[in-house]
Design a protein around this ligand. Structure first.
Ligand code: MN
Length: 351
């Protein structure tokens, strides 16, 4: 079969001539031949397969640069890349769904808000120097509507992590704030936290925290501390590490199994260091009775395999027992770093 004109190829591939010219410019789908005199583009029928894949990925709203990367991969690696892209989209959608619910409550006013009963949470917290480090640069807090873990680094990492948690306290104190607005206040508090870290100097901190208003959990996260939720017997990692190694995994350049032992595992891409405007992840999560939340520093998540975290967190009768059991597991594994954890159970309706 001979070459197809751009019009024929457009009809066969269902991609417009305009899109085909763009994809040519981007190197995504170059024509098999371009007439040197007229500049007309001609396509090989064998290129319809790639055109089909490009069209599908555009329907998924994958960015063009990423489509180009997918098209350069072998089929199996390409499938893995699309899978990773879609997992990210689903996680974003889940967070937006909860925020949308918060906005609906806000617009419905007090009536909508009061229609959801206030729930109670029970929590426990522990931070431990571990068995190798001298001194503890982690800070952890549970109480007054605030659950938080911060992992300090640098010479003044200890004061930095404490200052970061202190910066969040005013937000947690105002429990009457509409849930959607809570995220704005948290964002402001993170900017204040970063300023406080800058004033201390010579150090920085991660932050993973939940502000609790009785109905929703507003999450703020920057760095490599983590939040998990144990729901219906499954353990979900809620936060995404802001690390160099995680970025390699996201790009499909490193297998998740290899990330564990990577020499640059501790390299942070985002943190509160007082030197650049922080970019935290902010999300709203609806509280569900029966959920068990876990916040921890990397002294726990980088030491215990996920199945051990899952088993230990699930087996404990209450937050105190969970915190004690998780800390004991880390100590038994050698506790090479400071280790902090907060466990919070969403119980039934408040009295
Ligand atoms: Mn640490």
């Amino acid at each position: 079969m001979g070459l197809l004109t751009i019009g024929e190829f457009s009809r066969a591939s269902r991609l417009s001539p305009k899109a085909l010219r763009l994809y040519d410019d981007l190197g995504l789908l170059p024509p098999a031949r371009v007439d040197p005199v007229t500049g007309y583009r001609f396509y090989d029928p064998a290129q319809l397969e790639r055109a089909q894949v490009v069209a599908w990925l555009r329907r998924l709203e994958m960015p063009l640069a990423r489509i180009r990367a997918v098209c350069a991969l072998e089929p199996e690696a390409a499938a893995g890349e699309v899978h990773a892209f879609w997992a990210t989209v689903e996680a974003e959608t889940a967070a937006r769904r909860d925020l949308a619910a918060g906005v609906i409550d806000h617009l419905a006013g007090a009536a909508g808000r009061d229609a959801r009963e206030r729930l109670e949470i029970r929590y426990a917290v522990h931070t431990d120097e571990g068995l190798v480090r001298t001194g503890n640069q982690d800070a952890a807090h549970a109480g007054d509507g605030l659950l938080a873990v911060a992992d300090g680094f640098g010479n003044r990492g200890g004061p930095a992590s404490s200052a970061v948690i202190d910066s969040l306290r005013p937000v947690a104190a105002d429990a009457r704030t509409p849930s959607g607005h809570l995220l704005n206040l948290l964002h402001d508090a993170v900017l204040a936290a970063d300023e406080a870290v800058g004033a201390i100097g010579d150090g920085g901190s991660t932050l993973t925290a939940l502000v609790w208003d009785g109905r929703d959990l507003a999450l703020v996260h920057i760095g490599d501390s983590r939040a998990y939720v144990l729901r219906d017997g499954e353990l979900f990692q809620v936060t995404h590490d802001h690390t160099y190694v995680q970025a390699l995994v996201d790009d499909g350049r490193l297998e998740p199994a290899e990330a564990w032992a990577h020499p640059h595992r501790v390299l942070l891409l985002r943190a509160l260091d007082g030197r650049s405007t922080p970019v935290p992840d902010l999300r709203l999560h609806r509280a569900r009775p029966g959920d068990r939340w876990l916040l921890c520093s990397d002294g726990l998540s980088a030491v215990l395999p996920a199945d051990v975290v899952h088993r230990t967190a699930a087996a404990a009768a209450d937050p105190d027992a969970a915190v004690a059991a998780l800390t004991a597991e880390v100590l038994a594994a050698g506790a090479p770093d400071n280790v902090s954890c907060v466990v919070a159970d969403v119980a039934g309706a408040a009295a």
